[in-house]
Design a protein around this ligand. Structure first.
Ligand code: MG
Length: 126
């Protein structure tokens, strides 16, 4: 229910899960960063060696779509856990990064393009 759940509610649910198992002792930034990368790799594994068309078709199949959703959830669960363990405010971080990206990738330069003039040193620092 993405339209009704808040990041705070999801963080709380992940916190309850981790705290009930006394797992915060294992949730160091190193371990959680590695876990995010590992789960991202598990997500990518679904698409390894497939064409663009075959990759898209995977998401039309109920079984593979559910398996992909599981991996996507794992990435976000560990991301929320990282935020819980470190006190990083995800909403603030996302808003800050999107604002930076607005500067780095202005619509008039970037719209419809994956490559465009490299950012100036000032834009890089933004
Ligand atoms: Mg997984």
């Amino acid at each position: 229910m993405d339209q009704t759940s808040t990041i705070g509610e999801l963080r709380h649910a992940v916190h309850d899960f981790v705290a009930a198992r006394d797992w915060y002792r294992f949730h160091t930034p190193k371990n959680l960063a590695m876990s995010i990368a590992i789960e991202s790799a598990e997500l990518m594994e679904h698409f390894q060696w497939l064409s663009v068309e075959e990759s898209a078709a995977l998401l039309q199949n109920d079984e593979s779509r559910a398996a992909i959703a599981d991996e996507l959830a794992d990435v976000l669960i560990y991301t929320l856990s990282f935020a819980n363990s470190t006190g990083i405010d995800l909403s603030r971080a996302i808003t800050h990064k999107l604002n930076r990206n607005q500067t780095r990738f202005p619509v008039e330069k970037a719209r419809g393009k994956v490559r465009f003039d490299p950012p100036t040193p000032e834009e890089k620092r933004a």
